[in-house]
Design a protein around this ligand. Structure first.
Ligand code: KIV
Length: 273
């Protein structure tokens, strides 16, 4: 993808041409660099960081300070991808003004290209419009909303009885100026009809095959956590086993005296490299 900078206009054009949009999360420089090299179009610095990296049970504790710092590293690693900063719980719910202030932080401090926020109710739509009016592209997020776990009680697949509401919400987000919407954990037929009705790109996670694009949490698709095996996830690697094997070897080398070896030690002048 070198040299082809992805913008929100690229995403809109891809949707129109029927080209699939590839999205992934990333939280650090090196992963972002490799994702860009692989041709990932959208990189989300998700609040899933809280669960995938910090091992928490929910995303609720994610903070602006931490996510902007990671977003800065991701943008540095992937200058041509569309990098989206995920607005953490509490960073946009209180008011339009607070939402704009925090969205500006992602752009100004972290170099993000856009921000994402969850929800399609009147308050969320108002936040999207305020941020878009400030000149910042916004990605919406409908279906399962991890930041609403306290009111919902559990993470559940969203089914046909929510279809009408989702249709109204995606239309409202589109009118507010969102350039794209994540659809999370929605029955395939429902997500397909919402995608067909949508004038902006839908990016699915657990929302079936027919959204305009797909997103996964990078740590999950690389198989870092062998205890996390939901139906929607495809593991493209088994990093858990690879890391275990490498770490076991290191422990055995150090305890058995095989590391450091002759090639790893510094000797007299001129031989230090
Ligand atoms: O935080 C995140 O990683 C997300 C994706 C699951 C879409 O919101």
């Amino acid at each position: 993808m070198a040299g082809r900078r992805i913008t929100v206009k690229t995403i809109a054009a891809m949707r129109k041409r029927g080209e699939k949009i590839v999205a992934l999360t990333a939280y650090d420089f090196h992963t972002a660099r490799m994702e860009e090299m692989a041709g990932v179009h959208i990189i989300l610095v998700g609040d899933s960081f809280q669960m995938a990296v910090l091992g928490e049970d929910t995303t609720l504790g994610a903070s602006m300070d931490v996510l902007t710092a990671h977003c800065r590293a991701v943008k540095k690693g992937a200058p041509d991808a569309l990098v989206v900063g995920d607005m953490p719980f509490g960073s946009y719910q209180p008011s339009d003004e607070i939402a704009v202030k925090n969205a500006v932080r992602f752009i100004a401090e972290a170099g993000a290209d856009a921000v994402k926020l969850e929800g399609g109710n009147a308050a969320a739509v108002s936040r999207v419009k305020a941020i878009v009016d400030a000149g910042i592209p916004v990605m919406g997020h409908l279906g399962l909303l991890p930041q609403s776990i306290r009111s919902e009680g559990s993470y559940r697949v969203v089914r046909a009885d929510s279809e009408q509401m989702l249709l109204e919400q995606i239309k409202a987000l589109e009118s507010a100026g969102a350039f794209s919407v994540v659809l999370e954990m929605i029955e395939e037929e429902v997500a397909t009809r919402i995608t067909e009705a949508s004038g902006i790109a839908t990016i699915g996670i657990g929302a079936g095959r027919y959204t305009h694009g797909q997103i996964l949490v990078v740590n999950d698709m690389l198989g870092m956590n062998n205890d996390f095996n939901p139906k929607f996830l495809k593991k493209y690697a088994d990093l858990h086993s690879m890391m275990k094997e490498a770490l076991d070897s290191y422990v055995s080398d150090v305890t058995g005296g095989a590391f450091p070896g002759e090639e790893n030690v510094f000797k007299g002048r001129g031989k230090n490299r």
